[in-house]
Each structure stands twice: as structure tokens, then as C-alpha cells.
Design a protein around this ligand. Sequence first.
Ligand code: HAM
Length: 469
Amino acid sequence: MSEGATKKEEKPRKFQAIRGTRDILPPETTLWNRVEQTAREVFGTFGFGEIGLPIFEQTELFARAVGGETDIVSKEMYSFSDPPEDIADYVVRLVQEKGQEAFKRFAAQNATEFRKEVTERRVVQFVSLRPEATASVCRAYVEHGMHALPQPVKLYYMGPMFRRERPQKGRYRQFYQIGAEVLGGPDAPAIDAEVIEMVMTYFAKLELQGVELNINSIGDKNCRPKYVELLRAELQRVKGMLGADSQRRIETNPLRVLDSKVESEQPIIERLPRIADHLCKDCATHYAAVKRQLEMRGVIYKENWRLVRGLDYYMRTTFEITAAGLGSQNAVCGGGRYDGLVELLGGPPTKGIGFAIGEDRLILSLQESGKAQRPQGRDVYIAWMGDKAHATAIRAAKDLRAAGFSVELPPIEQKFGKALGQADKLGARYALILGDNEVSEGLWTLKTLADGSQQKLTEPDLLDFLRKL
Ligand code: HAM
């Protein structure tokens, strides 16, 4: 076939990030770093330590902790089977390692062990990308015997989570959380209040706008089941007036009906029995104490009896925080108490409470309310011309960077006019102009880009001048 007859080359395909995932680019990443750094600082002042967790875990962990019937586990997880080593590959590897005769002897002498090994290799593991991290923190608490440490153990984490939800503003399939958990320790409402105080302190430090804290108590295994039955009975009476989703939830999870945003259901929901009137004595006392403790800390809250949360592990205190500029996805933080979860995951009876902040939403809210602070451009742009000046520019860049300044050193020579235009575009504060004259005189020209003023400085004076700013 002649050259000309070959198939016309196809244009290489362009790829796009998968729906619900996105790239976070500079300068926005600066804001992400500031938000994360502030969390580390504030959480540190409350005695929390950072825990690093795997991105994927056994599917069963989330099913047990979050609940097999929840939307998160039943519809939204990214799960896959993690295949074991192929049996044939395994046997080939053994034969190669041992030699054929030795392998035969090994297999014969260790028949039972060999069979067991092969069988175990066949057990496929089902794993899921984590939809949240509380389950992992509890798994780690049990796995590392953290109940033996001084209690409570206070941990925080940050990183990506994955839920296959319908993407919209503030809702992604890969999103980021900053979370904290308190595990172990006494049954003290002060722990609930301090965790909430911590997240509110953090938001105040970031100057997050329109912050509103909603709290509730959803009872425990003594009082909640009775309330759920009462609620179910009431919902059955008004079933005909509810939409399809709520009708289905009467059976699966009547509490979730309280979450409904459907307009026509609102007056009906308002008349339903409220859990606060059906808490057992212990839960009622606990809830009252949490509120008192919040007041002692000057934390302003709103009680919201309809706040039930979408994960199964909660009991007693639940809370959610909303912020400005987020539209319908305005919950920037959710959390609550989950005594019993560690036990459910094979550990000793352990109390637990925590929260997770939606970092994407936090960033969005800060940006919308103008609290994002414009990130700084470069401190100094070095405009150089000529070989001698290039050598000086390289040295100047090294010294300025060592002193902590952000420096842009163009890789090729440019006319000064073009270089200054570039410095402007990059948002540089100063342009350091180095031409043959400057180098031979040992006096460098520093131009302040905001007002165009210029001054001549020796090298040591330049560093002094910049340091004093
Ligand atoms: P959650 O309410 O499912 O709780 O999530 C916490 C926060 O993560 C939400 O308030 C929201 O800001 C953010 N978030 C959730 N899903 C998305 C999404 N698809 N896109 C963007 N942001 C999202 C938990 O995850 C619990 N583990 C919190 C907790 C910790 N409870 C006790 N300890």
C-alpha cells in the first residue's frame, strides 16, 4: 500500500474529568490549603491529632457502619471486587521457585495447608471507595487497640470521599471532607458541646458567613424505636397525602420523611409527633445538658426536630451547620453522636461523636461571600537582558527565594517592555530590572508595579528593603 493510501490519521481523543469530579486549579488551591491549614491549627488547639486513612475499605465495613439500607450504601458507593492472585499464576510461581520435583513433594507433604492457601486466594474481596470516614476511624480505633490509650481519643482527617450522587452546585461524586471524631471517654454532654464549639470556632476563624447551627436529639435504642413506630402509625394515617418517596419511606425509614423538602408535604410534617416529646429520661437529660453546655460556651444554636441525618449510626445528639451562598446544598457540616458503632465493628463498648465538613461547600461559601482573599501574585519578577545580566538574575533569584520571596525568573531574554507586561499579568508587586548598566554599576533598578515608581538599590539594600515591607 502506498503512503497516500494509508488511513487518514485520527485526531487523538481529548479526555475530560469524569462527571461529578473536577480539577482544583491554582490560585484556588491556595484557598484550599489555607482552609486545611486553619483546620489543623484550630483542631490542634483542642488537642486533636491527624489520622491518615485508606481511600478504600471493605464494602462490608460501610454496610455495617453507615447501614445497608441507607442511600449512601445501597445506591451511591463505588464498589468493585478486588480479584485474588490467579490460582494458575500462583502455582506456576511456586513451581518456578521450588523446582518441579520439590514442588510435588511440597504439595504432597503439605496437602492440607496447600489446599487452604489456594482456597483463601479464591476469596474475592469486595471493596468500596469510602463514602465517608467515620467508619474507617472506628475501624482504625479497634485495629490499633486505641481503647488502651488515654481516653477520649481525638482524631481529625481530611481528604476525598466518593458518592455516586446526581451532581449539582455543591454536590460532587468526588468531594472533600474535613472531619473530626472523639472516641471513648465518659458519657459527658460537655464532649458533644466542645466538638460543636470547635467547628464553630473554626468557621469563625475563616469568617464564614451566614453560619447557622441546627441541633436535635434523636434518642437511643430505648426510646427511638417506640417513637419510630408512633411516627409510622401517624404517617400511615396521612399516607394518601404524601408523595411516592415519602410513602416508600414509611416502611423503610419513616424518620427520613421528616427530611422531605416536598412543598405539599410540609404542613403535614409539621403536625407529626416530635421526637423531643418522646425521649426517654436519660436522653432528655443528656439533650438538655448539651444545650446548657453550648450556652456556657456562647455557641448559638437553633433546635430543629426534623434533623434526622442520613446515616444509621447516629443516636442522641445530631447537628448540621448551614452557610451562606450555597443554594439548595447548603449543609456545610453534619455530625452527631454514635455510641455503639465501635462495638458494632468488633471493638469494646465505646462512646463516639464527630462531624464532617464538606470542604468543597466551605470553599464555595467563602468565595461567594468574598472571604476568599485574593491570592497574592509573585513578589518579584526579574526582567533581565544580556548574558551577564542573566547570570546575575539567576543569583538574585536564588538569594530572594532563599529569603522567602516568590520570584519569577523568565527562562529566555525578553525586551524590558514585554517583561514588564508579563510581570503585570502575573500580579507581581515588583519588577527587578537587570541590564548591562545595572550589573556593571552594581545598582539594581526596582520598579513598584502598582504606582510605576522606580529606585536604584545595591544588592544588600534590595533585600533589606523587601524584608521591611
Ligand atoms: P454527611 O452529612 O453525609 O456526614 O456529610 C458531611 C458533609 O459532607 C455534608 O454536610 C456536606 O457538606 C458534605 N457532603 C456530603 N456529600 C457531599 C457531596 N456529594 N458533595 C459535596 N459535599 C458533600 C458524614 O459523612 C458523617 N461521616 C459525618 C460524621 C462524622 N458524623 C460523625 N462523625
